[in-house]
Design a protein around this ligand. Structure first.
Ligand SMILES: Nc1ncnc2c1ncn2[C@@H]1O[C@H](COP(=O)(O)OP(=O)(O)O)[C@@H](O)[C@H]1O
Ligand SMILES: Nc1ccn([C@@H]2O[C@H](COP(=O)(O)OP(=O)(O)O)[C@@H](O)[C@H]2O)c(=O)n1
Length: 674
């Protein structure tokens, strides 16, 4: 997962490959609650691992459910209807799928068994309505107190006393703000059916009906057959008891699938984007996003558990659609609309306003930034594609879907825009952790950047100037890949030593370099599967590398390998010739220096930290000799590129150097906001 302050997505042009989707959030949290209420143990397969499921799991654990993870299987041992703990304060983040059902279930348990629970979340959670559900619970006789604004969390549920609950009259709940209120009651009220059936009646037109179908389907898996009359009246039969199905599989998230369906529709030009984990047999309503994507021109094939999508019509066809049945996935249509042949109107989406953020307002604001014209109303949005695309810094409102949707705007070179397109900056990319922690990694695996669009920052300079340290820090702050090119020369030197190849045997060394089986993982380096991190870092190895690196054939042999590090979303490369030879077109070139004395002192400290004692004078002499060799060799000598920015960090700390370089980087980026 990217945890950087922002993530710049370069202009993208094509997509192909296979994505295996993480489990559905809606199914995961419903299954967890049902398994938590049931008697016995449920094996949950392919549960989503994300922020929203983690808060649900933490809550269940606090309530005394047994949780045991074994690989991709979670074993949940439920309460069997009996409270294990009578008091708890549960923090539920921004997970509506945890807050609403837990509120209902705990209200019933606390009232019938005497308990008291506090439910709270992040500030946005405290702005998301829950009043209609609270009203319904109060009708039953459950004490629910507002700890903040009436009608919103935080809430205190129960008061420690036992209260008789009245189920003789139907429980009425509004269905036109969020279908989660009805879901919450359907999941919780089987607890009250011991002596008589319980009836729930919906007031107002129920929105997002497919989510109710998921709830009913999962209740059936746990042994509860709800009788439904239209979507107005639901009867939980007398004696409804949660019975674990033993084992249950969570299908891939259909809302998450929408980004990859869109990816295929936009950029599956030469081949399909294949989606696994969710297919045409999905029980999630958002699978019907596929029909909307088809209406816009996508070519979709599919079967049980899989979909394959490629581009059909281009530009996409504008759409006018009532999106009530696909409230979450419809956001993806708003971004596909950027690539359509006219204005797209998405209607009946009032629920967007009470989600993780006011999604209509957020979408309007961010789509305008990339150049689209937007009309918004209380329950609709009209998107007219940009005439000129703009590089925009996208605010994501702590809303995973804003981040995932807007990343697709990076496909702007596919439009009529002149040139190679513009990047999109996604602020706070970690918000995708709510449902799809590896979203950006997956996108970058499938997508291809426009020619030359993957940015490179080159950091060159003499030994011990701090290149490696600076490059690693800058790469981390930007979420970019890192190339420590010196490691390639060092590894060649080690391989030569091992194979008994002389450091003067240019052809022999070049053959070794061309066949290096190197792997970088978790800050370790492996050569032919062997961990060589420690010998690689030895000062003596640096000296050998300097001798190996004078040979033109060796440099040539390592050239393509180095180019291969330039992958989405970007690269920071450190060495001697990054800016001059390997990446001459790098957007930013930094030439890092410090006095020889300073560098020798740094190296001495660095060695001392590793328990190696070295004399300063000797280090200084070695280092000057290495500088001379690097600077005077015939091929790719160490020197600043003509367009490099010089940074003498003799008097600068590490963080100051990093900030200086990040400052230069920001100045050169096309975004207005940071
Ligand atoms: N700006 C700086 N000020 C002080 N020490 C630094 C600075 N940059 C790096 N160092 C330290 O100097 C040592 C050498 O840095 P390193 O990144 O290994 O250099 P290089 O990759 O150029 O050989 C490390 O111990 C590092 O922590
Ligand atoms: N791009 C590069 C990187 C390293 N090298 C050589 O490899 C040696 C070791 O590189 P390094 O970056 O690991 O060394 P330090 O700067 O960390 O001492 C350098 O002294 C250079 O001679 C090179 O020629 N070109």
């Amino acid at each position: 997962m990217f945890t950087t302050a922002f993530l710049d997505v370069p202009a993208l042009v094509r997509a192909a490959g296979t994505v295996r989707l993480p489990g559905s959030k809606s199914i995961s949290n419903r299954v967890l609650l049902l398994a938590g209420l049931a008697q016995g143990t449920t094996e949950v397969h392919d549960l989503l691992d994300s922020d929203d499921t983690r808060v649900m799991l933490a809550a269940l654990q606090q309530l005394g459910c047994g949780l045991e993870q074994q690989g991709r299987v979670l074993r949940v041992t439920g309460l069997g209807g009996r409270l294990q703990t009578r008091e708890a304060a549960l923090f539920l983040g921004n997970a509506g799928t945890a807050m609403r059902p837990l509120c209902a279930a705990l209200a019933v348990l606390a009232s019938t068994q005497g308990g008291q629970f506090e439910l709270s979340g992040v500030p946005r959670m405290h702005e998301r309505p829950i009043g209609d559900l609270v009203e319904a619970l109060r009708q039953l006789g459950c004490p629910v107190a507002n700890l903040g604004q009436p009608g919103y969390p935080p809430l205190r549920i129960g008061d420690g006393q036992v209260h008789p609950l009245d189920t003789t009259t139907p429980i009425r709940v509004r269905g036109d703000v969020s279908s989660q209120f009805l879901t919450a009651l359907l999941l919780a009220l089987p607890l009250l059916t011991t002596n008589a059936p319980v009836t729930i009646e919906v007031e107002g037109e129920l929105i997002s009906k497919p989510y109710i179908d998921i709830t009913l389907g999962l209740l059936a898996r746990f042994g509860i057959e709800v009788q439904r009359q239209g979507y107005e009246r639901f009867v939980l039969p007398q004696g409804s008891a949660y019975r674990t199905p033993g084992s249950i599989h969570v299908e891939g998230d259909a809302s998450s699938a929408s980004y990859f369906v869109a990816l295929g529709a936009l950029a599956g030009i030469d081949s399909e984007v294949r989606i696994e984990g969710v297919g045409l047999d999905a029980i999630q309503g958002d699978i019907r996003f596929v029909e909307a994507a088809q209406a816009m021109g996508a070519q979709v094939r599919g079967g049980p558990g899989w979909l394959a999508v490629r581009r059909g019509a281009w530009p996409l066809k504008a759409l006018d659609l009532d999106c009530n049945h696909i409230p979450d996935a419809a956001m993806t249509l708003a971004v596909m609309a950027l690539f359509a042949d006219g204005p797209t109107r998405l209607r009946n989406i009032a629920s967007w306003r009470v989600k993780e953020t006011d999604r209509i307002a957020a979408m309007a604001c961010e789509l305008r930034k990339v150049g689209a014209s937007i009309e918004e109303g209380a329950d609709y949005i009209v998107v007219t594609p940009p005439q000129r695309w703009q590089a925009a810094s996208i605010h994501t409102y702590d809303d995973h879907r804003m981040a995932m949707c807007l990343s697709l705007a990076a496909f702007n070179p596919l439009s009529d825009a002149p040139g190679r397109g513009v990047p999109v900056r996604i602020e706070d990319p970690r918000c995708v952790g709510k449902t799809f922690p590896d979203y950006f990694e997956t996108l970058f695996e499938l997508a291809e950047a426009a020619a030359g669009a993957v940015p490179v920052i080159a950091v060159d300079g003499p030994t011990a100037s701090g290149k490696g340290t600076l490059a690693a820090q800058v790469a981390q702050r930007l979420g970019y890949h890192l190339l420590d090119s010196g490691a390639l020369y060092r590894a060649t030197a080690l391989a030569a030593q091992e194979a008994g190849v002389s450091l003067d045997d240019e052809a022999g060394l070049a053959t070794l370099a061309a066949g290096l089986d190197l792997r970088f993982a978790d800050h370790r380096v492996f050569l032919g599967g062997r961990d060589i991190t420690d010998p690689l870092r030895l000062e003596a190895t640096g000296g050998l590398a300097s001798r190996v690196s004078v040979h033109p054939a060796v440099r040539q042999a390592l050239h393509a390998l180095q180019l291969g590090f330039r992958r989405l979303p970007g690269l920071v490369a450190d060495g001697r010739d990054m800016g001059t030879v390997i990446f001459p077109e790098a957007e930013l070139k930094v030439y890092l220096t410090a006095t020889a004395r300073q560098r020798a002192e740094r190296r001495q400290r660095q060695l001392a930290e590793r328990g190696v004692c070295a004399k300063l004078d000797e280090l200084c002499a070695d280092l000057e000799q290495r500088d001379r060799r690097d600077q005077t060799r015939a091929v790719a000598p160490l020197k600043p590129a003509e367009d490099a920015l010089l940074l003498d960090n003799s008097e600068l700390g590490i963080e100051e150097s990093v900030q200086r370089v990040l400052g230069w980087w920001q100045q050169g980026r096309p975004f207005q906001r940071v």
